[in-house]
Design a protein around this ligand. Structure first.
Ligand SMILES: Nc1ncnc2c1ncn2[C@@H]1O[C@H](COS(=O)(=O)NC(=O)[C@@H](N)CS)[C@@H](O)[C@H]1O
Length: 469
């Protein structure tokens, strides 16, 4: 793992041409070409999963103040973060318009118009848009931004509580598929009452443990119950002609999916990208001398076509610079597989392959199942990135039976599991004493001793405590 993760993360975004934070508004950055490709493949993955049982839509960016203010708990939760538009040209608008911090209050008035009968349910829409939050905590590219550029928000409406509960599970399965595909390990916890989404009945959260041991909330799923249905009058006529309020869920992902893929898999040489989202999966590096230059380049083009017809993304780095610089760039940009091809290799019908995760030379025969062999290397790399990330993740969740241990384990870069009676008073006491956050209830771990770490009452749950981004 890298030494100073925070510095590494900041530097890699610039050096690998992912984003440029020199844009003259704090918390906003430019997606540069290489990063834009990574973002494109990440959103493709999210769409592939969500298009199975949701429909993609696009709502306006601006939300009338009256709509935003309707849901008391919700607006309370966001009032300090909302950006406002007050003028059209020189004309003062007769109503302030919010830049959406999230889209419940722009979507649900329309749900109220569209949903009339039980045959309109379940309604399951999602959009991938930019949202705006005037974050006052330390902003950080991709991790805590003021313009969330890649905000996937799914909003569902159901005829019954049971269906909404099932939908929460389906969102959880969707998120597991997305994060597993990217080899990103996570803890799944139920956020404590005092830290759930404003207006939600409860919040399920995916947290990643970054290399510095701090956790990053990489996705959330909210069971909204009927709170927003009441506020926005989203009702339907059921089979018996009764008018009922719908039950709702919503689920969000953001740029943090990309932040965790970059942060968790990177090493001191740079990115090690999961093949799913790497702009190129194979970089062919011709070793060019005056003699045999044409033949080598011709062979590279031929190989490129062969890999592309197998559905792989390939580039040939034929820049007229020394190979060492090309290797450096390939390692920095994290392409999964590098193939070296020089005149001698051509004569011997060989190419030297290298996996970006292990950086070991592997000699492959050019005429012997080359595509199959390279695909196997890509799969092995994918497996290995996920495995080593899982190792790190597991090694950094420790159990503490007394409150002093919690602090020292977190300072040592861990997430800490403790027994908790579930009382808010105890939970908030844990945060007060340690200065760290209760991520929530963690079902994966069975409590060792069954006493709450604060009250000594019978512990009902295991809770995770962490230093968070
Ligand atoms: N300032 C931010 N920068 C980057 N990502 C963020 C930021 N704020 C929140 N996120 C991400 O966005 C996800 C969804 O945000 S949220 O507030 O929890 N949930 C919602 O807004 C729901 N309406 C989702 S549909 C969070 O889980 C987190 O991963």
């Amino acid at each position: 793992m890298v030494e100073n993760f925070s510095e590494w993360f900041h530097d890699i975004l610039e050096e690998a041409n992912i984003t440029d934070s020199r844009y003259p508004i704090k918390g906003m950055a430019v997606w540069m070409p290489y990063g834009f490709q990574i973002r494109k493949y990440t959103t493709n993955l999210i769409k592939e999963v969500y298009d199975r049982d949701h429909e993609e839509v696009l709502f306006p960016l601006l939300v009338p103040e009256t709509e935003l203010a309707k849901e008391g708990l919700h607006v309370k939760g966001f009032e300090d973060e909302v950006y406002w538009v007050t003028h059209g040209g020189k004309t003062q608008l007769n109503e302030k318009l919010a830049l959406r911090p999230t889209s419940e209050t722009s979507i649900y008035p329309m749900y109220s118009l569209w949903i009339r009968s039980h045959i309109d349910l379940p309604l399951k829409y999602y959009q991938i848009v930019n949202t705006f939050r005037y974050e006052t905590k330390h902003t950080r590219p991709l991790i805590r931004v003021r313009e969330i550029t890649t905000f996937k928000e799914a909003h569902t409406a159901h005829a019954s509580k049971e269906e909404a509960d099932i939908q929460v599970q389906e969102h959880i399965e969707n998120y597991k598929e997305i994060f597993d595909t990217l080899g990103i390990p996570y803890t799944l916890t139920k956020r404590p009452e005092w830290d759930k989404f404003p207006g939600a009945d409860y919040t399920m959260a995916f947290d990643a443990i970054m290399p510095d041991g701090k956790t990053l909330q990489i996705g959330t799923i909210h069971n909204l119950g009927q709170t927003f249905a009441k506020t926005f009058d989203i009702t339907f006529e059921d089979k018996d002609g009764e008018h009922k309020l719908v039950y709702q869920t919503c689920a969000g992902l953001s740029d943090r999916v990309i932040a965790s893929a970059i942060g968790i898999h990177g090493d001191e040489k740079g990115l090690r990208l999961p093949p799913e989202i790497s702009p190129k999966q194979i970089t062919i590096i011709p070793i060019l001398f005056k003699k045999g230059k044409e033949e080598v380049l011709a062979k590279c083009e031929e190989l490129k076509k062969e890999f592309e017809s197998a559905g792989l993304r390939v580039n040939i780095d034929d820049r007229d610079i020394r190979p060492g610089k090309k290797f450096y760039d390939w390692e920095l940009k994290g392409t999964p597989i590098k193939l070296e091809l020089g005149p001698r290799d051509l004569e011997n019908n060989k190419t030297i392959a290298m996996r970006r995760d292990k950086l070991e030379k592997i000699e492959l025969d050019l005429n012997e199942n080359l595509v199959g062999n390279v695909i196997s290397l890509i799969d092995e790399l994918n497996e290995n990135l996920a495995e080593s990330a899982k190792e790190f993740h597991k090694d950094h969740i420790k159990f503490a039976s007394d409150i002093d241990e919690v602090k020292e384990l977190i300072e040592a870069g861990n997430v800490v599991a403790v027994n908790w009676c579930g009382d808010t008073a105890c939970g908030q006491k844990i945060e007060e004493i340690t200065g760290y956050s209760v991520l929530g209830i963690y079902e994966e771990l069975e409590g060792k001793s069954k006493k709450c770490i604060i009250s000594d009452e019978d512990a009902k749950y295991v809770a995770l405590i962490a230093k968070t981004y």
